[in-house]
Design a protein around this ligand. Structure first.
Ligand code: ZN
Ligand code: ZN
Length: 346
């Protein structure tokens, strides 16, 4: 079985690994359909780490995944060979304080595919066959494109950010960062009833691409600094801001641009542990700052909006490569000028 394995920064290898064997009672055996390359996969690829989590042993990458059921364990009901599924990479322990409080995505002992957060690392999904807990599998229609089904994970991230924001109906929304997550948050914000959506970006090519999407205003936050500074006047311009770039300056700017009584949702993980922020908006203008991490029940919601076509993500899917061309796929995905979401295919 072929697997896409990272050994350290820029050291991605295609390796032959043993077949996973028969599923246990509660498991299903899946054949790879499509897998989306995420920012965390790219961080492992380019830097050999995500934040504090270093690659300390060979790690099969990937957590955005859809595939086909090959075999089911004895206790599995509701899934059969031939079914297509989107896989929720969250596998919470169900007994820790966060899990008991109903926030499984904040589990203290999360088992998340393709992650070096714990040692031994938890191997990821970019491989030809895989055993998964049946509870993590969401059946999707037979005819759906595997790539669309594999978008359930980043879509769920975006829907969770929307949930953290509260109602968007009639709101003026700012999104900083027009990468895959910024674009999905934009689509989810439209779907949730935002009145206007403004997106900032720093890549010229990304801006050209964003101008093809249903966005009211696309602003180059470096060359159009004067425009950005006008948002800071009169106690801020936007009801809600979503920081999706991971850039600390973009976060500070979003806080200043958010109107009194508004809210800023941090979706992009800043690459550094501490960032300087303007404090006055929190106190004197009661701007709220909340974080948004992964998702919980939003995964099922994401599968639903994608399979019904209620949110059309096709504009975000820019490239696909066979699993064997993973190296090239990771290079293209690392180039923000070229690509949004890049998929590996069987
Ligand atoms: Zn992801
Ligand atoms: Zn837990």
């Amino acid at each position: 079985m072929l697997a896409t394995v990272i050994h350290g920064a820029k050291d991605l290898r295609l390796e032959e690994r043993p077949e996973p064997g028969a599923p246990a009672d509660h498991q299903v055996l899946l054949r790879f359909g499509a897998g989306g390359i995420c920012g965390s996969d790219l961080s492992y690829f380019n830097k050999g780490r995500v934040g504090d989590f270093m690659v300390r042993e060979p790690l099969c990458l990937g957590h955005e995944f859809a595939g086909e059921v090959i075999a089911t364990g004895a206790a599995v009901t509701g899934l059969k060979p031939g079914d297509r599924v989107a896989v929720n990479p969250n596998h919470p322990c169900r007994v820790c304080r966060a899990c008991v409080a109903g926030k499984g995505h904040l589990c203290y002992k999360m088992n998340f595919f393709g992650s070096a957060a714990v040692y031994p690392h938890i191997q990821g999904v970019f491989r030809e066959t895989l055993l998964v807990d049946a509870a993590q599998c969401h059946r999707v229609p037979r005819l759906i494109d595997f790539r669309i089904a594999a978008m359930a994970e980043p879509m769920a991230v975006s829907l969770h950010a929307i949930q953290r924001a509260g109602s968007l109906v009639g709101k003026d929304v700012l999104i900083t960062g027009g990468g895959p997550i910024g674009c999905l948050v934009m689509l989810a914000a439209r779907h949730a009833g935002a009145r206007s959506i403004t997106v900032t970006e720093v890549s010229d090519k990304a801006i050209d691409r964003l101008r093809q999407l249903p966005i009211d205003e696309v602003v180059h936050s470096l060359t159009d600094q004067a425009q950005v500074e006008r948002w800071y006047e009169n106690k801020g311009r936007f009801d809600l801001s979503f920081e999706c770039s991971g850039n600390p300056q973009a976060l500070a700017s979003a806080i200043r641009a958010t109107a009194s009584g508004g809210k800023v949702v941090i979706v992009g993980m800043p690459g550094v542990p501490e960032v300087p922020l303007p404090v006055n908006p929190f106190v004197a203008r009661e701007v709220d700052l909340v974080g948004s991490f992964r998702f919980d029940g939003e995964f099922a919601q994401a599968v639903d909006v994608l399979t019904r076509g209620a949110i059309d993500v096709s504009a975000v899917l820019t490239h696909s490569f066979p699993l064997r061309a993973a190296q090239e796929a990771f290079m293209v995905a690392s180039d923000r000028d070229q690509s949004l979401k890049v998929h590996l295919l069987a």
